[in-house]
Design a protein around this ligand. Structure first.
Ligand SMILES: Nc1nc2c(ncn2[C@@H]2O[C@H](COP(=O)(O)OP(=O)(O)OP(=O)(O)O)[C@@H](O)[C@H]2O)c(=O)[nH]1
Length: 387
């Protein structure tokens, strides 16, 4: 494949990606990262088209504007990866870096510096922006997935290859041995082609991966309070249920319900109710150890598991939580809301299933409600219903 054909393939590839992205974004606005990436592809499609039309268009337009657009496209590629990593800090560095890069390249072009110097400057700039994207991906190397690690390594190698191509064009402009200068140029473009492909497939797969992760998270996490939902809490409780059959310290369970929470919603609306729920979770969590876990069972009802905790200690923790809730008015825009909570406490027994465990804790909670709310009740040794 000659260089012209390679340039045309790059232009057409990016154009078709732009068309697909346009229709993908058309119906619903996508994330900032995806929008940035779409603009990056538009810049690159324009750049490769201008470079392909070299000879037909004036050189300043095809080489000057073409390269400037290419640098902008690569800078935006990196920006999209930083955005995906949740670090919008790129805005502070990439825009000035792009301005400097374009100024250096156009300066070298207008000063009619040797062609090999221009090629070196162009390659190093391209490699630099590509490396900026690699850096964004490498930030979470430790807990990164195999896909992320593969992309870091591949993109790093490709950036180094482009940078080496730039250095070779200055140090060995005529090539060396049987590798001619033209062949080095062709190889450089082929590496650029691989860069574009890796970035395109890599970015799309990374987006899919993070969406899948978010969906999996939403299955087990309550979005209002950011603690495990019923399913997440039950999952986390399973190993402690199994351990209860072995001798040793028990695991305690507290079930907590905010008193008259319905009134908060009725008086101030659901959004204020949500803020109150979130604040109350924070208040309760401050009374817990790192090994304890709080979850939301639904409505204004929460559960707390306390591993390796006796019933007496769990009652003490529950009393501390009750006191914290009662003495922590929630300040909202419309009012200062005073709330109390009722709590039922028990420990996991060897013969328990989740049904019998929660039934016992719920009965204790109901007794607390019946006895006037704002209190802690210990589940009886034998459930009243069973009795
Ligand atoms: N703001 C908000 N409210 C919710 C949410 N989920 C459920 N609720 C409301 O929470 C209230 C739960 O009330 P209950 O626990 O049944 O009763 P209560 O008013 O707290 O009274 P007692 O429990 O008897 O003290 C209901 O009004 C639900 O509509 C939510 O995600 N956000």
């Amino acid at each position: 494949m000659d260089i012209k054909t390679l340039l045309l393939a790059l232009a057409l590839g990016n154009l078709s990606l732009c068309a697909a992205l346009f229709f993908f974004e058309y119906e619903r606005k996508q994330t900032l990262s995806l929008s940035t990436w779409a603009v990056a592809k538009q810049c690159q499609a324009g750049a490769w088209l201008l470079l392909y039309l070299r000879g037909t268009l004036p050189d300043l337009l095809s080489i000057g504007a073409g390269n400037a657009l290419l640098f902008a496209g690569l800078a935006l590629d990196a920006a999209a990866l930083w955005e995906l990593a949740g670090r919008p800090i790129w805005r502070r560095y990439l825009a000035p870096a792009l301005a400097v890069a374009v100024a250096v390249f156009l300066g070298a072009y207008l000063a009619e510096l040797d062609k090999s110097f221009r090629a070196a400057a162009g390659s190093l700039i391209v490699a630099g922006f590509f490396l900026a994207g690699v850096l964004a991906l490498a930030l979470r190397w430790r807990d990164g997935t195999m896909l992320r690690r593969f992309l870091v390594v591949t993109m790093l190698l490709l950036s180094l290859a482009v940078a080496a191509r730039g250095m070779l064009s200055v140090l060995q402009p005529d090539g060396w041995g049987w590798v001619s200068g033209g062949m080095i140029q062709w190889l450089g473009l082929a590496v650029l082609y691989l860069m574009m492909l890796t970035n395109a497939f890599g970015y799309l797969l990374l987006t899919r991966e993070s969406l899948q992760g978010e969906l999996a998270r939403l299955e087990t996490v309550d979005t209002v309070t950011d603690v495990p939902n019923r399913r997440g809490f039950y999952q986390a409780l399973t190993p402690w249920m199994a351990l209860a059959r072995r001798p040793g310290m028990p695991t305690a369970l507290i079930v907590l319900n905010l008193d008259h929470f319905k009134r908060v919603n009725d008086s101030y609306g659901h959004p204020v109710g949500d803020t109150v729920l979130k604040t109350m979770v924070d208040v309760c969590k401050k009374q817990l150890r790192d090994s304890d876990l709080m979850g939301r069972l639904g409505g204004a009802e929460f559960a707390i598991q306390l591993p390796r905790t006796s019933l007496q200690d769990a009652l003490m923790v529950a009393e501390r939580i009750r006191n914290a809730v009662a003495s922590h008015p929630v300040k909202t825009e419309r009012a200062v809301i005073n709330l109390t909570a009722s709590l039922g406490v028990t420990t996991i027994r060897a013969e328990d299933s989740t049904v019998s465990l929660f039934k016992r804790a719920d009965e204790a909670l109901q007794q607390a409600k019946l006895a006037g709310r704002n209190r802690v009740v210990e589940a009886s040794a034998e459930s009243p219903l069973e009795a």
